[in-house]
Design a protein around this ligand. Structure first.
Ligand code: 5AD
Ligand code: SF4
Length: 444
């Protein structure tokens, strides 16, 4: 069966389940952990559920189906998930709740074991490559009253045209590629999301055009490594293992060209993308950002560490100097460009001197926003096997020092905006104060 036939099969299951569910006013609740890619997966899960006749509720006590879409990038999510599943036991007894747990964490064998052993009342476990099969899984649970485990350990395929129920009607997330080939030594993602594979340019353009027609103003292009979009496909074409008979990649064969094509779509006002990898930030991408008026001049450029020694241990494939040069090059090419970043504190072997290098890069670049993480050991990654792990106490102290530096820098930077008038896209009510609106301007 090819991908189209597989999706058609699932559409049949959607019909079957919606027939069973007819006039029952059934409800689902969903909890999404982790990154924007997971949120976009959840939007597809919600799309399928709503076509199956479920409507959304935030109240678990009113739900007939509970879905948890999990993340495993950091450890603290595990305890949280187990706590949440524990809470469902009583609710399941009361109203025969169907429980489905899916996403990245389910691709980890030790977590799957734990769920099977300790939480045998979970009805469905599904992985990152089988989200589209949820209709079939739900059907089996309803009809056959049996537990379903639907996890495969392959590199996954690319499925198009799943129903989708989006969280926002202003900002639309569009996943452009799946998986990761980089194997940074601290990171679990390549093990749970498989190798890189990109969607066809025409499918992405079609989705963005549909969003524009519906009035969406901002597009966020998503992938673990967006600036290697189509790289695997181009390599396969060069090797002769993939033939572009239909001419899918004739006009658009790179991330830079994709940005230029999306920039032309009428109605869309802003284009963002997360996350690029510094090692793949080629000149054509920099030029595309510069030339495309809709592409926000606010780049998320994950640093992870400012120490060349640590970057090597982390398998990041760039040095401190190369990162700083890239920032300088972008500042030169793209007027007013601003940066945000990800930093991991306390990876194995990080000395005081290495950490100072990180602070040094933070001072030099002047990030607008820094997502800071304390290193969390992930089973199965090279980082977990390293001997020179940093004590928790030192990690936390370094984290606090980084946080203080970043906050001080941002406070100074924000003063520049006081009294200025900026064009902003209002995103909704502030999370902290319901009398305030939250916004992002074009740079931010
Ligand atoms: N521990 C802490 N942070 C991590 N990240 C990825 N893996 C880990 C880990 N094991 C961070 C990286 C990445 C972001 C999404 O999460 O900074 O860019
Ligand atoms: Fe993880 Fe590195 Fe891939 Fe990002 S690029 S998902 S940090 S392995």
């Amino acid at each position: 069966m090819n991908e189209l036939q597989e999706i058609e099969e699932q559409r049949q299951y959607i019909k079957k389940v919606s027939k069973i569910n007819e006039n029952k006013n059934l409800k689902y609740t969903i909890l999404t952990m982790g990154c924007k890619l997971n949120e976009n997966d959840s939007e597809k899960i919600c799309g399928m559920l709503e076509e199956m006749g479920y409507s959304r509720t935030e109240d678990i006590n009113k739900a007939n189906l509970a879905i948890y879409n999990t993340c495993c990038v950091r450890e603290n999510a595990e305890e949280r998930l187990f706590g949440k599943i524990g809470e469902l036991k009583q609710i399941k007894k009361k109203n025969n709740l169907i429980i489905a747990i899916g996403g990245c964490m389910m691709q980890e064998p030790h977590i799957l074991e734990k769920i099977k052993k300790s939480f045998n009342y979970v009805d469905i476990v599904f992985g990152t490559h089988t989200i589209h099969k949820l209709p079939e899984d739900i059907y089996k649970v309803i009809e056959k009253q049996k537990r379903v485990e639907d996890i495969i350990d392959i590199d996954g395929k690319v499925y198009e045209d799943l129903p989708i129920r989006r969280d926002s009607n202003i900002q639309g997330s569009v996943t452009i590629m799946y998986g990761c080939n980089n194997f940074c030594s601290y990171c679990i993602v390549p093990y749970v999301r498989g190798r890189e594979r990109s969607r066809k340019p025409s499918d992405i353009i079609k989705e963005v055009k549909e969003l524009a027609n519906k009035g969406y103003k901002e597009i966020i292009l998503l992938g673990q490594n967006v600036n290697s979009y189509l790289r695997s496909e181009m390599e396969a074409i060069a090797k002769g293992t993939l033939k572009d008979e239909a001419g899918d990649y004739k006009e658009i064969d790179s991330f830079a060209k994709l940005l230029r094509a999306i920039n032309k779509i009428e109605g869309i006002e802003r284009i963002r993308f997360i996350s690029p990898h510094p090692k793949d930030f080629t000149m054509d991408v920099i030029e595309a950002i510069r030339d495309c008026e809709k592409v926000c001049k606010f780049i998320h450029l994950p640093l992870q560490s400012g120490s060349t020694k640590m970057l090597k241990i982390m398998n990041r494939k760039y040095t401190k100097e190369q990162y700083l040069d890239l920032v300088e090059k972008m500042k030169k090419e793209i007027p007013n460009v601003k940066f945000s970043t990800d930093i991991i504190v306390g990876f194995a072997g990080e000395t005081e001197e290495d950490f100072e290098d990180t602070l040094d890069v933070v001072r030099k670049v002047g990030f607008e926003q820094v997502y800071m993480f304390i290193y969390s050991r992930r089973k199965g990654t090279p980082g977990d096997e390293m001997e020179n792990q940093i004590p928790e106490e030192i990690k936390h102290k370094r984290f606090d020092r980084l946080k203080k530096l970043v906050e001080d820098q941002i406070a100074i930077d924000n003063e520049k905006y006081v009294g200025t008038i900026q064009k902003v896209l209002v995103e909704g009510l502030s999370k902290n104060n319901e009398n305030m609106l939250t916004r992002k301007n074009r740079n931010k």
